[in-house]
Write a protein that binds this ligand. Structure first.
Ligand code: TXA
Ligand code: MG
Length: 354
């Protein structure tokens, strides 16, 4: 891929520089690529109605082209032009959760390029809750197609530095608006079937959605497979991994004290073999692990939002520390903990039930 000179712009979300937004919007209008902050993670944006521009997103990320993209809108009016037949539920959900971390999968309108939908007859739409993202969409005057702004397969970027590390020289511009707040991607909810299905858990929780839509299903792939303690763990092929750092992640779930004991034992063995070991722990467990290991904390057990905000950042830090393996503590799957555990399970090469 040819080298592009990437512009790096800093924008203050509470005091927008209109001139920078205007220039970034010009790039989008001309078919270029701009990374921008949202309240979940950074996105890599292109004009969602321009097939060529959308195709270049896949090239920049190294993303498989059958994985469809989300169209980002600045108001609910834009959605009506993107959906052939907007379900009643959409109106209620948009009213309650937009702007915010909820992506709705709805029937697509004819004019949406096949590059956006990956050939499906549905399209994913969301209105981000971030002043920079909203200003960019408004100034561009088009829906912005945007996946997370990372190299395909790596953890999603929660800061502009992460975007730079992955995409500098491959895209036209990066808007740095400070760290993304939530740290994990939006919830993807398919409302094209009579009973809505959560395809990806995220910022809007299952419990919040269940309160509004009494009938709702979590897609079985969301939770992955759990292994009994004595069973030999399977190592799924790389193609099933996602959100993953370069170092392999081994995930330990179950009763917290048993998790800690099992990780301690495994870490000891690996350290004896001369391995460089990383351990991802909750704040409550920072004491007592082998001190030769690289220990990073991921929020508190009683506050899964703090784990969500730190997970991707920590996984990238372990790569910088060049550990050979990351042993990670699981947390409970209530609230946003479900999204945290979905990402950790998908990132891991081995999962143990303790
Ligand atoms: O928070 C987010 O959603 C971030 C920010 C940038 O908005 N974006 C993001 O995009 O995470 P991406 O491309 O990394 O993830 C989009 C997810 C993928 O899992 C994709 O398969 C799913 O949405 N998706 C998109 N269109 C779909 C469709 N028509 N039907 C089912 N799933 C769809
Ligand atoms: Mg992604």
């Amino acid at each position: 891929m040819e080298h592009i000179k990437t512009k790096n712009w800093t924008v203050n979300p509470s005091l927008l520089d209109r001139e920078i937004i205007r220039q970034a919007a010009e790039i989008i209008k001309k078919g270029g690529l701009v990374a921008f902050p949202t309240e979940t993670v950074y996105g890599l944006g292109a004009n969602g109605l321009d097939s060529k521009a959308v195709a270049s997103i896949y090239r920049a990320k190294g993303r498989p082209s059958d994985n469809p993209l989300i169209l980002h809108v600045a108001d609910t009016g834009m959605v009506k032009e993107l959906s052939a037949d907007l379900p009643q539920k959409a109106l209620l959900l948009m009213k309650l959760f937009w702007p915010g971390p909820l992506t709705l999968v709805v029937p697509k309108a004819k004019h949406i390029p096949v590059e956006v939908t990956g050939g499906l007859d549905t399209v994913a739409v969301r209105m981000p809750d971030h002043p920079v993202a909203l200003a960019l969409i408004r100034a561009s005057g088009v829906p912005i197609a945007a996946p997370s702004a990372n190299q395909s397969g790596l953890p999603s970027p929660t800061t502009a530095e992460h975007v730079k590390a992955d995409l500098q020289g491959r895209i036209d511009a990066i808007l740095d608006g400070g760290p993304a707040g939530l740290g994990l991607e939006s919830t993807v909810l398919d409302i094209t079937s009579p009973v809505p299905v959560i395809l990806r858990p995220g910022g809007v929780t299952y419990e919040q959605l269940k309160d509004v839509l009494s009938d709702i299903i979590i897609d079985p792939s969301v939770l992955g497979q759990k292994l009994p303690k004595d069973q030999v763990p399977r190592s799924p092929g790389m193609k099933y991994r996602h959100y993953a750092p370069t170092s392999p992640v081994i995930l330990f779930e179950g009763e917290p004290q048993r998790v800690k004991a099992t990780i301690t034992e495994r870490a000891g063995k690996l350290l004896d073999q001369g391995q460089k070991v990383g351990i991802l722990v909750s704040e409550e467990h920072i004491q007592g692990y082998p001190t030769q290991a690289k220990i990073l904390t991921m929020g508190s057990r009683t506050n899964p939002a703090s784990a969500a905000a730190e997970l991707f950042k920590r996984l990238r830090e372990f790569d910088q520390l060049q550990v050979n393996v990351i042993l990670a503590e699981g947390i409970e799957t209530t609230g946003i903990g479900l999204a945290v555990m979905n990402r950790l399970r998908r990132a891991s090469v081995e999962k143990l039930q303790c």
